[in-house]
Each structure stands twice: as C-alpha cells, then as structure tokens.
Design a protein around this ligand. Structure first.
Ligand SMILES: [Cu+2]
Length: 351
C-alpha cells in the first residue's frame, strides 16, 4: 500500500481509511472519500490506439475462440455490467452484537448481471458477486460482455488460460479492445479451461478505472470443476471485500461479505448433516483476511488440520468437509476490526 504522506492520528485510528485508494487520470482517490465523478474521470482517459482501430474496423479480426478439448464443450454466457441500487445493511441490524446499525448504507453499485442468450432477458438481478461462471476440465468459456455503465469496463479472469487479446485488462497505449469496452459496447471473451485450470477463481473489472469498478461491486467467481469427479452437495461462495466511502459516497466504510455487512444481512449459508460441503473464499480488497468457521475443521493442502486460513487480495481458497455438526454457527473474517465492522455471517446446519 502507498502512503501519500504522514498519517494523522484520526486516520491511523480509523484503520487507514485516509490512505490512497488508487490514482485515475492523475487524480488521487482516497478511501475515505469524497466519491469522484466517474464519468468526468473517464472522459480524461484517451481511447487506446488499438481500440480506436477496432472501432474503425482497421484491426484484423480476433483469433477464433479456442476449440474445447476432446470431451469438452463450449459454454456461452451473456453478462452485462449495470448500475444497481444496493443496500449494504437491509435489516439495519448487526445480529452478532444484537444492536441496530444506523449508518446510511444505500449507494449505487456497479454489478455483473446474467442474461439469456443474445441478451434476451435478465436471469436475475445484478448482484455482488456477479453470476458464477461454471465450466469443466476441457471446456471453453465464451462470455459476451455488454457494458451498460457510463464508464469503460471489462471482465478479466483469473486461473483460466487466454491470449493477450482476451486479457480484459487496460494496458495504457498497449490496450487491446478486450481491456476497454466502452459504454454501450459488447465484447466477446473466450477463455480456455483445459486440464490444469480446475479450481475456483475470481473474475473482475480491469478497465481504465481499475480498481474503482471492483470497489463498487464488479467481481464474481469462475468455477472450473474437475471432469469425472463427484460434485459437492453444496457450494458456498464467500467474497471478503470492503465498500469504502471513496467508492460509495457513504460516510463510513463497510467490511463486507458478498456486498453485505453484519450477520442477518450477509449470506446465510446452509447445509445438512451428511452433505459434502465446499466453501470457496475469495479476497477482493486491499486487505488480508482470514476465514474462520465455528464448530468445523478441515484438512489443508499440506495435510494439516486447520480452522482458520489467510486469504490475500485476489486469493481464492476452497475448503471441503462432510457436514457432521448441526446448529447455528458463525463464519467470519478473523481480523478483529473487519469482524466487528460487518465481516461475519451465519452458517446454519440442519440435522
Ligand atoms: Cu478481513
């Protein structure tokens, strides 16, 4: 993290909220606000040469999508990035500490939303995280991405394989069209899920306003399942992230799980005794988080039994276990300040 200058006592005590969040078009955006005018910032960013050439149809066509491996299939998605009115604390309560939450918690989020083929109809609301992109070993993921935001945006995947043209990342003057999808434009990404890409990975915006759109909600998960292996009975996706005043315009920072703060608002995860449970934990902010699940332990990749793991920015970690402990449990980030600023939730196991 960059320190823009001496950190005063107030900022130090507020957990670094006065620190630099990012720089866009030469403007320094602070975590504690104010929220900038995004369209004004975007207007200052020049269209990269290859993006302009593609608009004028002066670029050769993109390479064809990689063919699925034998036995694999082409899995096509239609995903838009949209504005959505979002409430971080809909119940206005913190059930962990049994107290009201009076802070203003509604803002305009930017989220991914899944549509039927050809962007026919939305398949649900725009959400934080966005729709999970499912594949199996050997498949090709084809994602038609439509940008309905007022600023350029993208989809950038982790874990799967792709050519530089399919990176979905803004790279200044070297930017490919995949890294600068203008408002109203549609781009088709194709990503290769061949053997070796299995796992749960994040995808997120990586456009010219990076990481601002991510801080406003533009992220989701890719699950490449190993072919021929039995699926878990339940998959839970837990994104640890923060919604900060510099990106929300709200007065206070919220520590979130899937866009919500405090037990009763964060997802209530559920399972039954006997089920095989997979929980996928992804870090999607500047902070390091730790995942802790009450009443449960699992075996880590090194064979050790653990009940608390560290998940850094853009890390993903999957824990699996067979459920044998019914009751109402907590799952939470064990960084204590994060926990008490809302990074906790219920895990309910039925007998
Ligand atoms: Cu945390």
């Amino acid at each position: 993290m960059t320190f823009p200058g001496p950190v005063d006592r107030r900022n130090f005590l507020s957990g670094g909220a006065g620190l630099l969040l990012f720089t866009i078009a030469g403007e320094r955006i602070k975590a504690d606000g104010p929220e900038p005018e995004w369209t004004k910032l975007a207007d200052q960013i020049r269209t990269p040469p290859k993006v302009r050439a593609a608009e004028l149809r002066q670029l050769p066509g993109l390479p064809p999508a990689p063919a699925p491996a034998p036995g694999g299939v082409r899995r096509e998605y239609w995903i838009a990035a949209e504005k959505v009115h979002w409430n971080i604390v809909p119940t206005r309560r913190d059930e962990m500490m049994d107290r009201p939450v009076k802070d203003r918690a509604k803002f305009t989020a930017w989220c991914y939303r899944q549509y039927t083929a050809g962007f026919g109809a939305p398949m649900g609301p725009a959400t934080m995280p966005g729709p999970t992109l499912e594949a199996e070993t050997g498949d090709t993921l084809v994602v038609n991405f439509r940008n309905k935001l007022p600023v350029p945006a993208t989809m950038h995947p982790h874990g799967v394989l792709y050519s530089p043209e399919m990176d979905g990342a803004y790279k200044g003057t070297y930017t490919d069209p995949s890294g600068f999808v203008k408002p109203g434009a549609t781009f088709q990404y194709s990503w290769d899920c061949r053997a070796g890409t299995e796992g749960v990975w994040p995808y997120h915006d990586h456009g010219p306003l990076d990481p601002a759109p991510l801080y406003k909600g533009l992220f989701g998960a890719i699950n490449v399942r190993p072919k021929g292996v039995a699926r878990p009975d339940v998959d839970h996706y837990v994104f640890f992230h923060s919604l900060l005043p510099g990106a929300t315009g709200l007065a206070k920072p919220f520590m979130c799980i899937n866009g919500r703060s405090y037990a009763g608002n964060t997802p209530e995860l559920r399972a039954k005794v006997g089920q095989k449970v997979a929980q996928h934990v992804i870090g999607m902010s500047n902070d390091f988080h730790t995942y802790h699940l009450h009443g449960h332990r699992w075996t880590g990749p090194d064979g050790r039994v653990v009940d608390n793991v560290t998940v850094g920015p853009a890390d993903s970690y999957t824990l699996t276990f067979t459920e044998d402990n019914p009751g109402r449990w907590f799952y939470h980030c064990h960084v204590f300040s994060h926990l008490h600023e809302g990074m906790n939730g219920w895990y309910v196991v039925d007998p």
